[in-house]
Write a protein that binds this ligand. Sequence first.
Ligand code: SF4
Ligand SMILES: [Zn+2]
Length: 350
Amino acid sequence: MIMSLNQTVLEIRNRQRIKSKPYDEPAAFWFGKDNLRGEVVDVMTIIFQTSGCYWGKQGGCTMCGYVYDSSTGEPSDDDIIMQLDKALEQVERRKLEKFMVKIFTSGSFLHEREISPDLRKRILKKLADDDRIVAVLAETRPEFVTDEAAKECLSVMNGKPLEYAYGLETTNDRIRRESINKGFTFEKFKNAAEIAKRNGIFTKAYLMLKPPFLSEKEAMEDILKSIDDVAPYAETVSINLCNVQNGTFVEKLWENKEFRPPWLWSIVKILKEAKIKHPDLYLMSDPVGAGAKRGPRNCKICSRDVADMIREFSITQDVKTLENVDCDCKLLWEKELLLDDFTFGAPILD
Ligand code: SF4
Ligand SMILES: [Zn+2]
């Protein structure tokens, strides 16, 4: 029997045990720094514990382990406000005077089944009324972006900048469908970005370097092409490096030695070339898990330093920072770019 990619992902999901957590605890939150359209700012990122991503619950994306951050039940609106308050308490302790807030739900902030329209407004109003907060970003799938939702969000923002972020992953519909199983098209993303733009909401696109079945070289070409395609629609592009998360289809491939996360040299090259070509586009990447066996990596000696260099570029946007570290393993990476098409995975592009 031949199973669809979605059925295969769903089977893997159904074997996972999900730990339950008190409903008034966020799934996670942390602090960092980011380049907010030209200004370096402190950032609080919060992942709300909601009922979760509808797409992920029915199978969903091949690399996504975030679905396991979702709640085992249905936190109430008040529970979710408590989650936000708990994260904001930590801001007090850190004495941050100025910061932006990134909202993730391991799904879609604009999906009514995860965050009701009323709760959406309560959250945004709370953030807009807080003088320390300079901007808000919320992640959503594009199918939930409408003029009506945009206007509702903005009605409580008091003119504070709002940005929608989307896990677009690639502008190539075939790769998004056959390698990621994302369940929406580039057209859908463009439509959402246009709605956002005409309402005065910024757009950030997340791309994914090296989803399954692509060789290192194909993956790099895909991202460079995707940046070109997405530049007219987004102010900021952030490139995630595919890592191996628990309970995912990518993990199965990786266990079978059919997947290797991308090299850090690949993203260094992409950032350099793309920034020179698109100097006004904010380009970034946070190499999560860099150097670990499940993460993007070079050799043991340089992975950590190269990851720091990528983070520094993401904040400064200065391509010169990408020359700061070099290592002998670059030669190996260059060899792999030549050989990978013959030895690795099953390329889906001609
Ligand atoms: S990557 Fe996003 S859309 Fe895909 S399953 Fe995970 S949370 Fe849902
Ligand atoms: Zn090295």
